[in-house]
Design a protein around this ligand. Structure first.
Ligand SMILES: Cc1ncc(COP(=O)(O)O)c(C=O)c1O
Length: 465
């Protein structure tokens, strides 16, 4: 979905000073405008959708510019900084790695990579796990799709199809782009010509078979999807794998357990592999280490990224040895995958998640946030369709009272107003407000931020935007 690019016209703000928020300039800051303008001249417009704030420092759950302003961060970058921005333990690990004259190793053996891989094998949701490292989420998903297609081809030359879900997001490279069903432009790729098929995500409130908010989609919805494919002559014999976010990043509506069970049983019965994309939902974000723990089924492959390092670019595909060892030496690798600095950052990050009990913190504070937002929903029922999520992975679904359609304009207006008041949110362009602060945010800070969002609602909900 195209996002409106905010004009760079400084607007006065009311001064804000709290324990965590400080706004002392117009927004955008006049002195930042020439720099942001130069950035916009040098980058494609596709990167200009976020609020025009020149990030200078991000530490813990706070973001600062160099002009004296400070925000409570509800974004974690884009759901990256699970352990908070620039955690001292991670910075120290990166420093140590950078001080050693070893900045790139490709697939040559390295100790940093070994330590991270062994840690991930312990965390894996299945025994006998192996992991391959990449730099981005999209690469990890590309690799998972390749592994699933190879697996299918071993059974039959035609078993190469991939099933994915409308509304999920998997990245921007070709296979990941084909798998993504979000409102991004995919018209440049002809999905079904390359045997890639999509079915609706089991999102009760939007279920094509009439489930609804109080009745989650279950087995029968899954089988209706599969019957629909069969009517188009797409059969399980043609499908090698399924890729899905167990809790999709945008809507944060967990796949209902009964639906997930039906999917997993059907896949098992038909030699189809299931990959759970946990690039965004993983590493404690949802209040469990893997979000798939909420849906109660174990996949064949898991992909991780973002919160795996909370910092430098690291992603991973984890799978059982039998699957991961299919490609021959040299057939599956990445130049920068497992780079020593990135591996050191990811290992330190996993240590912080464990030592600071951040999975538990995410569940505990997330529950509080959910309750607080549910109260807001009672206050603004005409504008808030629902609040969804687990842990600190929460979405407010906004709706237009006149049409019932997602209220994109109100969502984006609230984001910009909240930023003017010292709360950092990202623009979704989808009628969602995404609440995804670092997992170690202080309870009072997150409640203060929600109070600010409420004030923005009160001011903007009935204004033409
Ligand atoms: C669920 C999911 N998968 C994959 C990706 C792609 O990751 P990257 O942007 O690192 O390629 C994202 C990014 O937002 C994501 O949310």
């Amino acid at each position: 979905m195209a996002m409106a690019i905010k004009e760079l016209r400084p607007q006065p703000t009311s001064p804000v000073q709290s324990r965590w928020r400080r706004i002392v300039t117009p927004i955008p800051v006049p002195a930042s405008v020439p720099l942001i303008d130069r950035l916009r001249a040098a980058e494609p417009v596709s990167t200009s959708g976020m609020p025009p704030i020149l990030w200078h420092e991000a530490e813990g759950f706070l973001v600062r510019d160099q002009f004296g302003n400070q925000w409570i961060d509800m974004t974690s970058g884009i759901v990256v900084a699970n352990t908070g921005h620039a955690h001292p333990h991670i910075r120290a690990a990166i420093h140590r790695a950078a001080d050693q004259p070893l900045l790139a190793t490709y697939s040559f053996p390295s100790q940093e990579r070994l330590l991270l891989l062994e840690k991930l094998a312990k965390l894996a949701p299945f025994p006998d796990a192996k992991t391959i490292l990449f730099s981005s989420g999209t690469e990890a998903n590309e690799c998972a799709i390749m592994l699933m297609r190879r697996h299918g081809q071993r059974l039959s030359p035609d078993k190469v199809g991939i099933l994915s879900f409308e509304g999920c997001y998997h990245g921007r490279t070709l296979g990941a782009g084909l798998s993504s069903g979000s409102n991004q432009p995919t018209d440049w790729i002809q999905r079904e010509q390359v045997k890639h098929y999509q079915i609706p995500f089991p999102l009760g409130p939007h279920c094509p078979w009439g489930c609804g908010r109080d009745k989650p989609c279950g087995e029968s919805c899954f089988h209706k999807c599969i019957d629909g494919l069969a009517q188009r002559n797409i059969r399980p014999e043609h499908i090698a794998g399924i890729i899905v976010e167990p809790v999709p990043g945008w809507a944060t509506y967990p796949m209902p357990a009964a639906y997930a069970r039906a999917l997993s049983d059907w896949a098992g019965d038909n030699d189809i592999l299931v990959c759970f994309d946990e690039v965004q939902s993983g590493c404690g974000r949802s209040g469990r280490f893997f979000a798939s723990e909420h849906v109660g089924t174990v996949p064949d492959l898991v992909t991780l990224g973002k919160g795996l390092s909370s910092s430098l670019p690291v992603s991973a595909v984890i799978g059982p040895r039998s699957l991961m060892d299919q490609p021959a030496p040299g057939d599956m690798s990445s130049t920068h995958g497992g780079n020593p600095l990135c591996a050191a950052a990811a290992l330190a990050n996993l240590e912080v998640i464990e030592n600071e009990n951040l999975v538990e913190a995410s569940a505990r504070i997330g529950q509080l946030v959910l309750e607080e937002l549910e109260q807001l929903q009672q206050e603004f029922p005409r504008h808030m369709l629902s609040i969804q999520g687990r842990g600190l992975f929460i979405t407010v679904h906004l709706t237009r009272p006149d049409s019932g359609m997602p209220d994109t304009a109100l969502g984006d207006a609230i984001v910009h107003e909240a930023v003017r008041r010292g709360v950092m949110l990202f623009v979704t362009g989808r009628g969602f407000l995404k609440i995804s602060p670092p997992l170690n945010i202080e309870q009072e800070a997150v409640l203060e931020a929600i109070g600010v969002i409420r004030d923005c609602f009160l001011e903007l909900k009935d204004q033409p935007v």
